[in-house]
Ligand binder design. Structure first.
Ligand code: UT7
Length: 326
């Protein structure tokens, strides 16, 4: 049966590292608190003038060159982001232009931290239906531009970066086995960026009220995340007739080490089977899974025929999982 297969990956993070020690100088926090509560040691910050599409471009160029294909052969470009260059046009259009991917239709997806997996669901459906054959999917974020550097509840969490995959139609055993996406808008208040849309358009008042920064009720989000993710991954395994012991590697959204290890414990898998890089990157929202996936694939942690699980949870609220035979 026709499947969508990830034929290559790429990622890019900006060179500037922001350490917990530096954050101690900016807000009332400590390296100890951040490490114990999140597992984050440092995060990357985009340079002035380096925008989301620039991060996406670097990751995409790497994925294209590893696949040995040219951008002009792409049918579709999807960018999952909540921090696009501008409200209009889509960041995917900036990327399409820079890549000179003249044949590709390009659009963005907003599902916050689950955005990459919502994009994967879309790409999977396009390819399985036979509608399109070759898709570039990128998760890219410049969260630092929307981070309130005076709010210790959120500013210690986020980082910038991008990860990309190329998907193609394939006939064999390997490819995407399932992608499941979910939303519950009744929880919208737990995690949002209120300003800049039609509800609170840009204004001096909105700026004075700091509405253009990400707000999160961290502890409440944490509790829903742990509860939801445990069931999500077990459901994904069951759907494919798999057991926890079949998992070669779990690649979770990198929000909090405690959330990640709670999921691993519930599944009964060791942390040696879990990809973790949030210590170096922080929470990069839609970019976190493809960055971690690229690191796992290029460092030899994923081998051909391995069963890989991806899972994410984020604003919306949204959550999603994917099962892949590599
Ligand atoms: O990415 C998509 C979805 N997002 C998530 O999944 C994130 C989920 N949430 C979390 O990761 C965690 O809830 C946080 C890391 C954000 C917070 O950890 P927590 O264990 O839930 O802490 P808390 O919010 O309950 O705060 C505990 C205490 C509070 O002080 P009091 O009220 O006990 O005196 C906070 O004011 O820690 C305080 N606090 C801090 N202290 C030092 C909050 N942020 C900081 C900080 N440094 N940066």
């Amino acid at each position: 049966m026709l499947k969508a297969k990830i034929i290559s990956t790429g990622s890019y993070v900006p060179s500037r590292r922001l350490t917990n020690g530096e954050l101690e100088q900016m807000v009332d926090t400590s390296d100890k608190w951040i490490m114990e509560r999140t597992g984050i040691r440092e995060r990357r910050i985009a340079a002035e003038g380096e925008n989301t599409s620039d991060l996406a471009y670097e990751a995409a160029v790497l994925a294209l060159s590893r696949a040995g294909i040219s951008a002009s052969s792409l049918d579709i470009i999807i960018v999952a982001t909540i921090t696009g260059d501008m409200p209009i046009p889509a960041t995917a259009c900036f990327l399409q232009n820079r890549l000179n991917a003249t044949q590709a239709a390009a659009f963005d997806i907003n599902a916050a931290c689950s955005g990459f997996l919502f994009g994967l669901s879309t790409a999977n459906a396009y390819i399985k239906s036979g509608m399109y054959k070759r898709i570039l999917l990128v998760g890219a974020e410049a969260l630092s531009r929307f981070t309130d550097w005076e709010d210790r509840n959120t500013c210690v969490l986020f980082g910038d970066g991008a990860g990309a995959v190329i998907l193609e139609a394939a006939d064999g055993q390997s490819g995407i086995l399932s992608v499941d996406i979910h939303s519950d808008g009744s929880y919208w208040e737990l995690l949002n960026l209120p300003g800049g849309g039609s509800k609170y358009p840009p204004s001096e008042e909105a700026a004075a009220n700091r509405l253009h920064y990400i707000k999160m009720k961290g502890n409440e989000t944490f509790k829903v995340a742990v509860r939801t993710l445990e069931k999500l991954v077990i459901d994904a395994l069951e759907k494919n007739g798999l057991k926890s012991s079949d998992i070669a590697l779990l690649v979770p959204h990198q929000a909090n080490l405690r959330i990640i290890s709670a999921t691993a414990t519930r599944l009964g898998i060791g942390m040696d089977k879990v990809m973790v890089n949030l210590d170096k990157c922080g929470n990069t929202s839609a970019a976190s899974i493809p960055i971690a996936l690229d690191e796992a694939a290029t460092s030899g942690r994923i081998k051909e025929n391995d069963t890989i699980i991806l899972e994410a949870f984020g604003g919306g609220l949204t959550w999603a999982s994917a099962v892949i035979r590599w």
